[in-house]
Design a protein around this ligand. Structure first.
Ligand code: GSH
Length: 166
């Protein structure tokens, strides 16, 4: 797939997209355009990329995105989504491996560390397919949810929206 390209018109609001690309550390290339010296409009080459002939415009593979706001949202989602997704996976894999080595997070006995870890896992359960991808972590949640003190805590605190059905 071809590299993300910013179609950049000189002296224009496209400058903000250059700044954002640099902030996000995205790999990109610039296709530069200059204003028509007679009309001050964008050159015909920019109209060929996207018919209104305005900059900024980005192309990313087969996709063309115009309008500054849409471009900003696209770039932020593309980079942050990838970053968060990759880190979530790394952390869940690490926790799954830990529970592969011992019954609880700090060994064979239940400790407060398990209470500390529970929230991240309950949050992950809502956003991932924990049962299929991380069976050890899913089993951990099932086990803690059957513990009397956990259940009493739910009773004391009222409905807990992160919880699964079981
Ligand atoms: N609402 C658009 C406006 C884009 C726009 O008007 N860009 C100007 C440069 S600041 C442009 O391409 N002018 C060239 C022309 O009108 O031919 C956005 O924010 O992306």
């Amino acid at each position: 797939m071809s590299m993300l390209t910013l179609h950049h018109l000189e002296n224009s609001r496209s400058q903000r997209i250059l700044w954002l690309l640099e902030e996000l550390g995205v790999d990109y290339k610039i296709q530069s355009y200059t204003h028509d010296p007679k009309t001050s409009l964008a050159p015909a080459e920019l109209f060929a990329v996207h018919s209104p002939g305005k900059s900024p415009v980005i192309t990313d593979g087969d996709l063309t995105v115009a309008e500054s706001g849409a471009i900003i949202e696209y770039l932020v989602a593309k980079v942050r989504g990838g970053y968060l997704g990759a880190n979530t996976t790394l952390n869940l894999e690490y926790m799954e491996a830990a529970l592969g080595k011992s019954r609880w997070f700090c060994g064979e006995a239940f400790t407060a560390a398990d209470i500390q870890m529970s929230f991240a896992l309950e949050a992950a359960e809502v956003r991932t397919n924990l049962a299929a991808d991380y069976p050890g972590l899913a089993e951990f949640l099932k086990t803690i949810r059957a513990m009397p003190a956990y259940r009493k805590g739910i009773e004391m605190g009222g409905p807990y929206a992160l919880m699964g059905d079981d």
